[in-house]
Design a binder for this molecule. Sequence first.
Ligand SMILES: Nc1nc2c(ncn2[C@@H]2O[C@H](COP(=O)(O)OP(=O)(O)OP(=O)(O)O)[C@@H](O)[C@H]2O)c(=O)[nH]1
Ligand SMILES: [Mg+2]
Length: 327
Amino acid sequence: MAQVANSFRTVFELVDKNVLRWFPGHMDRGMKQMQQKLIQVDCIIEVHDARIPFSGRNPLFKPSLFAVKPHILVLNKVDLFDPGWKPKVTKTLRKDYDIENIIFTSCKNDRCKGVSQMLPLMQDLIKNSDRYHRNQLTEHNIMIIGIPNVGKSSLLNTLRNRHMNRPNLSNVGAVPGITRSVQTRLKICEDPPVYVFDTPGILTPNIPNVYEGLKMALCNILVDHLVGEDIIADYLLFWLNKNNNFKYVQYMGVNEPTDSITTLLTKCAVELNRYKIIKTYDGSKKMYPDFIFAAKYMLDGFRNGLFGPVMLDKDYYTIETPDVKIL
Ligand SMILES: Nc1nc2c(ncn2[C@@H]2O[C@H](COP(=O)(O)OP(=O)(O)OP(=O)(O)O)[C@@H](O)[C@H]2O)c(=O)[nH]1
Ligand SMILES: [Mg+2]
């Protein structure tokens, strides 16, 4: 395997950087609704994907929403994150990003310690902050914000289950853009009453660079078919090979690591017996291995943690020359 590893790409070539752009109308509207609601809010919970602690956070949130409100950064999906990186990531977020309150959570783990820490921390921060015209009120309002598909609605449901033993109310889904507007506040605690506003995931109109964009696509923050499942799968293959992670070999049903996404997806589609019938120009029909199906299958494996926990932003500490080139 070492011999194969030597021949892997060291740079990922992307044909069109415009595929990494997604800013539908509901995001612009959502941002305005959030700003209007802000006057009623005592604390902001920003949810982000723990696998990309430094990539993709929306810079628009900072000046317009965070000013004067206590803020907690929740790094969710920690069940998919390499736990060895926790101390270093926390230190970097405090030092380089000036974020004091950081909590790691998983909505897939009923006994997650981070989830238990959230309510006491929110209450503490609110107690020590200036609530202006809301000072006399005993109720607390929280707003959950973040980019798409990071688990904002899931976290609201988890807090509600944990503190009130109530069923899920906020819609959750495995594709980005499920929550489309700022929602009516939901109670997550009786005494003192704590309410949470769920909000739509908001991206910046222009993703700052292709490295971040590709990692966001890998975490399903962008819409797969707009980027191209085969392009995301190719970036995943590049990243796994670069990190000597060959768990995909067995999962995809191939014999050895490869650097060619076409070879990998074609072999996998044949192995899974998935073909597409395509009409040729003379009207006859031909069967081709369905490599988009195989690409989706590969992405599902990664997103369900079958290739092990990851920290996609580890190049934050090492990168000297960009490993993505735009052709
Ligand atoms: N593995 C894992 N999956 C999670 C976790 N939290 C949420 N998810 C999954 O992530 C997907 C997105 O969850 P949502 O709660 O809808 O995310 P959201 O941020 O509200 O998404 P939008 O409303 O589309 O912006 C769903 O498939 C959830 O089941 C987590 O801690 N771990
Ligand atoms: Mg949502």
